[in-house]
Ligand binder design. Structure first.
Ligand SMILES: O=CC(=O)O
Length: 366
């Protein structure tokens, strides 16, 4: 295979198809794709601790010669520089089964010649459904009602809720997930405005029935604000005290992206002061720990990072991870890479920012 020679790999054509592929946590639902995958490669399931993993990666260790891996951050923690440095020199591709790649040192991977792929697109619907659940829980006070009911108080003293129709929703980050939320919000009769670093072209705005707003305008003029950006250094604490102060009194704040995009202490203070009427959160700044101020707050709708926790999304993420590896090992090119790996002769690679919806967003705060 030409690409193998070009990439300077020390591997024979006929051996590519016999590769061991390390899998962190078994494939649960992508069973059909796994059958196809096994015709090409030999999956090896990792079991053990982070230290076991590092030991097996060392030169002369069990993973010598392994070129591909399907990653799962829940198994041995973040894929940080310590782990990247420990990887066998043969490692060429790490396929994530997630859209988000915070917690993955993709620059260190690129510098080691390792392509990292994620699973954009296939997570959009399930995550957008989660956002709608949170919006309904907050605006319609369904969560408060459920708590009262479980306490045997039925609807005791529950103030009237609000309809979604004719409310303005402000979506921060109109990537794949943001667009899926816009579609649903439109179906509920909401008016949709969005903020993106790069504005959509006018035809796309018409297609998604969304109106562009400057960041401060979105903060000032939305009844519901949804955070839909990936976590990067520039999106950490995207919403904090200064931003909450600009919002309408009684705003609803929703987060289905990554917890640290919102300053959780500032959110609790804004909830306590009544500035923020209610918050719907799927993600938390110090996950799995959740601030007491949120847990005890009656007007919060909280779920434990369940955005993609469905059979269908898990299956699609697993399948895309396997397809990324298959295409890469057989044709030298992945389907959804998130970093650009330099050819063998040059040094470190760059991050790809211009091909995938959710990853396009790199909001710079003014
Ligand atoms: O959080 C879920 C994902 O990143 O896919």
């Amino acid at each position: 295979m030409d690409w193998i020679k070009k990439a300077g790999w020390d591997i024979k054509d006929e051996d590519v198809k016999k590769q061991n592929v390390l899998i962190l946590a078994p494939i649960q639902y992508g069973v059909q794709d796994m059958e196809d995958f096994q015709e090409y490669f030999t999956p090896k399931i990792f079991e053990g601790t982070r230290q076991d993993f590092i030991r097996r990666c060392k030169k002369g260790g069990k993973y010598d010669g392994y070129t591909a891996m399907i990653w799962n951050s829940k198994v041995i923690g973040p894929l940080d520089k310590e782990l990247v440095d420990a990887m066998p020199s043969s490692m060429r591709i790490i396929a994530l089964r997630a859209a988000g790649y915070d917690g993955i040192d993709i620059d260190a991977c690129a510098a080691r010649g390792i392509t990292v792929t994620n699973t954009p697109g296939v997570v959009s619907d399930a995550t957008a459904d989660t956002a709608m659940f949170l919006i309904l829980g907050c605006l319609r006070r369904f969560s408060e009602g459920q708590t009262l009911l479980r306490q045997g108080k039925f609807m005791e003293r529950l103030p009237r809720a609000n309809d979604l129709a004719a409310k303005t929703i402000g979506i921060i980050g109109l990537g794949g997930i943001g667009k899926a939320i816009a579609k649903r919000a439109n179906a509920f009769g909401m008016l949709v405005q969005y903020y993106n670093r790069r504005r959509l072209d006018i035809r796309d705005e018409a297609k998604w029935n969304v109106r562009y707003a400057a960041y401060d305008t979105l903060l000032r003029e939305s009844d519901v604000i949804v955070v839909c950006v990936p976590l990067t250094e520039s999106t950490r604490h995207l919403l904090s005290t200064a931003q909450f102060e600009k919002m309408k009194d009684g705003v609803v704040v929703i987060n289905i992206s990554r917890g640290p995009t919102i300053d959780e202490a500032a959110l609790v203070a804004a909830l306590d002061s009544g500035k923020v009427a209610s918050a719907g959160l799927d993600v938390f700044e110090f996950e799995p720990r959740v601030s007491e101020g949120l847990l005890s707050h009656p007007r919060c709708t909280l779920v434990p990072h369940m955005g993609t926790h469905t059979v269908e999304s898990t299956k699609d993420m697993e399948n895309l991870a396997m397809r990324n590896i298959k295409k890469f090992l057989l044709h030298g090119e992945a389907i959804s890479p998130v970093n650009k790996v330099a050819p063998a002769s040059s040094s470190a690679g760059d991050q790809i920012t211009d091909t995938i919806d959710i990853n396009q967003l790199n909001i710079t705060l003014s």
